[in-house]
Design a protein around this ligand. Structure first.
Ligand code: NAD
Length: 444
């Protein structure tokens, strides 16, 4: 089958490459000419495990191509995906500028009956707006042509996106037309050969499903971070509590890790956008507002611990090694990353940061350039060398077994702030370092 995808970000590019991998002919359209140029050469602008090899193979086989020419993309197929960004507006609502621009472009060039499939995360009712935008452009051309707009929210996780796309938990399709559902079942079928993982529903429910999924995940994280705050104050260890509750299958093990707050391009913006949707329809989003404010507080928690350790004294002139800059492991994405808030707080306090991340160094350079107070280091231990304290912000695998003896020699003030609870406090302390984790109060 033929598919055209608008937007070559995390969602569009991964979807395009995976559809090509199962034998479809895919055209990816993006307005970013530089990105398209790089993609044509097989250069993948993001770090996503497995993506580069897959892209290389499918570009080589001629199953996927990249263009800035929307008309060319629209002419190539009758299944047209929208996978462009929906960043937050000033008030946190999803900004639909890019989605509606693609819809108008489709309306201007559509030359045969088509299915328009929206993969971007959008407020309930957006499919109707997309439909109207296309219809207006068709009317302006005096063209009367059938088309359908389907909601197909994306659930891939950055860092495991290829796997999620090739072996999805579920494929949600919101459509009112049975033919559209059938077409998408054929397109995606090879991904779900063993089990029928299609969940078909009406368009509005599909649009809401995506927000509900992300809001639930954010809620679990903020819940656990709130329990961590309680643990810290009552002399309990949240890691023990986590083991105690995760073993209940009704609660489960996933997403109950306390930490330095959630970030990334999805959870923060989707919680806010859902809250704005609720408000716009007269529902007070009490829980969602709390989830967001707990997260905001949590992102400042590492800095609070640092201040507590230094007893409120000045941090000016201090140097902090920061391990992990990406918003989570296995990605180079730093959008809304907890590391950014921490580094900015440290800089405001006059401190210097020696930073290391296994994948996000280029992204850090792009965001902060030659900022005063930032030293980019080649390795984790190079960052720790000569620092006054070590702060762990992202739980990359390579940080999981720290050489505490070595760190004790390197880190001048002999203290570790562990924003992801990677280390057993007793082991760190046994090596002669002070240890601060998240929610690791101890009664003895
Ligand atoms: P992104 O910002 O990485 O990429 C968006 C791309 O769209 C950019 O390359 C941009 O140049 C391009 N674009 C903008 N306007 C265009 C136009 N008119 N025509 C063609 N291309 C255009 O975005 P993303 O992270 O891939 O997210 C896309 C959508 O999917 C968002 O709504 C997001 O919330 C949702 N989503 C993201 C993830 C994720 O993990 N990143 C997961 C699920 C859903």
């Amino acid at each position: 089958m033929h598919a055209t995808i608008f937007g070559t970000g995390y969602v569009g590019l991964v979807t395009g490459v995976c559809l090509a991998e199962i034998g479809h002919d895919v055209v990816c359209v993006d307005i970013d000419a530089g990105k398209v140029e790089r993609l044509r050469k097989g250069e993948i602008p993001i770090f996503e495990p497995g993506l580069e090899e897959l892209a290389e193979r499918n570009i080589g086989a001629g199953r996927i191509s990249f263009t800035t020419d929307a008309a060319e993309g629209i002419a190539a197929s009758d299944i047209l995906f929208i996978a462009v960004g929906t960043p937050p507006d000033d008030d946190g609502s999803a900004d639909l500028t890019y989605v509606l621009e693609v819809a108008r472009t489709i309306g201007r060039h559509m030359a045969r009956p088509s299915i328009v499939v929206n993969k971007s995360t959008v407020p309930v009712g957006t499919a109707d707006k997309v439909r109207s935008a296309i219809a207006e452009e068709l009317a302006a051309r005096s063209v009367d042509m059938a088309f359908d707009v389907v909601s197909n929210p994306e659930f891939l996780k950055e860092g495991d996106a290829v796997n999620d796309c090739m072996r999805p938990d579920r494929i949600v399709i919101g459509a009112s037309d049975a033919t559209s559902v059938e077409q998408l079942r054929r397109l995606y079928g090879p991904f779900v050969r063993n089990h029928d993982r299609f969940v078909c529903m009406d368009v509005r429910s599909a649009e809401l499903t995506k927000y509900a999924a992300n809001a639930m995940l954010a809620t679990k994280i903020s819940f656990m971070n709130e329990i961590a705050s309680v643990a810290e104050h009552v002399g309990a260890d949240v890691e023990m509590v986590r083991l105690g509750i995760g073993s209940d299958p009704r609660i489960g093990w996933h997403f109950i890790y306390p930490g330095a707050g959630y970030g990334g391009s999805c959870l923060p913006k989707d919680v806010q956008a859902l809250a704005r949707i609720a408000q716009a329809h007269g529902v007070e989003p009490q829980l969602l507002d709390a989830v967001e404010s707990v997260n905001h507080r949590q992102k400042g928690h590492l800095f609070d611990l640092i201040q507590r350790h230094y007893a409120g004294g000045s941090l000016a002139g201090k140097t902090f090694a920061v391990w992990g800059l990406a918003f989570k492991p296995n990605t180079d994405d730093m959008r809304e990353a907890s590391s950014r808030r921490l580094m900015e707080q440290l800089w405001d306090a006059g401190a210097t940061v020696r930073a290391f991340d296994p994948e996000a160094m280029d992204e850090t350079r792009r965001i902060y350039g030659d900022r005063e107070g930032l030293v980019l280091c080649d390795s984790d231990y190079a960052a720790a060398e000569g620092a006054d304290a070590l702060v762990i912000v992202t739980e990359w695998k390579q940080f999981r077994s720290g050489d505490f003896k070595r760190l004790q020699r390197m880190v001048k003030d002999r203290v570790i702030f562990d924003g992801r609870n990677l280390y057993p406090p007793q082991q760190v302390e046994g090596a002669g370092l002070a240890y601060y984790g998240i929610g690791r109060g101890r009664s003895v």
